[in-house]
Design a protein around this ligand. Sequence first.
Ligand code: NAD
Length: 437
Amino acid sequence: MKIAVIGVGYVGLVSGVCLAEVGHEITCVDLDQAKIDKLNQNHVPIYERGLEDMVAANRAAGHLHFTTDLAAALKDAEAAFIAVGTPSRESDGHADLSYIYAAAKNIAEQATDPLVIINKSTVPVGTGDEVENIVKTTRPDLQFDIVSNPEFLREGAAIEDFMAPDRIVIGVETDHARKVMAEIYAPFAAQGYPILYVNRRTSELTKYAANSFLALKLAYINEVAELCEVVGADIKGVSKGIGLDPRIGEKFLNAGPGYGGSCFPKDTLALVRTAQDHERPLRLIEMIVSINEYRKRAMSRKIAQMCENEVKGKKIAILGLTFKPNTDDMREAPSIAIIQGLQDMGTTIHAYDPEGMENAKRYLNNITYCDSALACVDSADAAVIVTEWDEFRTLPFAEIKTRMRKPVLVDLRNLYDGQSLKAVGFDYQCVGRPQET
Ligand code: NAD
């Protein structure tokens, strides 16, 4: 099927490439000319394993195109995915839908009918109705359907997630839309991946309910970790012990510095606002939002405690900046609040991240960026593991100790065990375990 994808960010690009991979004819459109120029030279503007090869292969096979020309992308297309950003509105935390509405209007202006317009972005319940109004008002003559098809991929494993999804949720209101969606996802249905057809509002809400539930698990385990530290329990054991119960499940029970990223913080907040607007406040999610905000900055105080609360003028080495490994995404990364907190205490920050340093420059000031973990810890008074990149799992601590001014390690991802670090002479603190003394 000939399909247009509007918005070439993490979701639009991965969706477009994967739909081309399964045999559709895909044209991806973005307003950002520099991004499109790069992609037309097979350069992928984001870091996602395997994506660059897939872009090159599908472009070479003639199934995948990139352009800024929406009219050309929509010519003869049967379907158009909207995959533009829906960031938090700064003033009040509601989802900012201006990009969605603008994209809907642009599509309506250029569409050739009949067209199924599929919203892949994460949008509050009811947005599909408003998109329908916009398209109808802009083009009363156009034959179209509006579908909700939220995306559940995870950055860092985006291709695997798209190609082998846990489920595909599709919110449709007409038989025609359902038929077109079934055709788009036929290669996935043929492999047995579950496809759930619901109405549009159910589909829109499912995405927020899923993300908020995952955030809830993380906020919960982080609070239990706090308790572990003062009662002599070990959060890893607790997580394992509860996660083996299939009603709870093992995933998303790793304690850490608080959740971040481009989805959980904005989606939990947007769900809170939607619920409040409908006078059905989700108190539990309101609490999670505030627990998580508190936790991120609290990590800077935890680091200061490891330096006997005398951090003014000290040099802190930050290992890992992105909100999780295998991505270059810095949006709402816990490192931002942690570093800000440490800088407010008067520390000097040196940082190293395998992929995130370019993007970090947009969010953080007055940082010395280093080429490697070893360069980062040079003459540092403390080192902090913030992101669990694989290369931080096997750090050469004997050498690191000789380089640091003081051998203090704060491991916010529980990558190490305190005994072995103590054996090489480190003061070590992680999350959810009493400090090694
Ligand atoms: P992004 O910010 O990385 O990319 C959005 C892209 O859309 C940008 O390249 C921008 O230039 C382009 N754009 C904006 N308006 C446009 C227009 N009118 N025409 C053409 N292009 C336009 O966003 P993202 O991270 O891919 O997220 C997109 C949506 O998917 C969001 O709603 C997000 O919540 C959701 N989502 C994201 C993830 C994730 O892991 N990033 C996962 C699931 C769902």
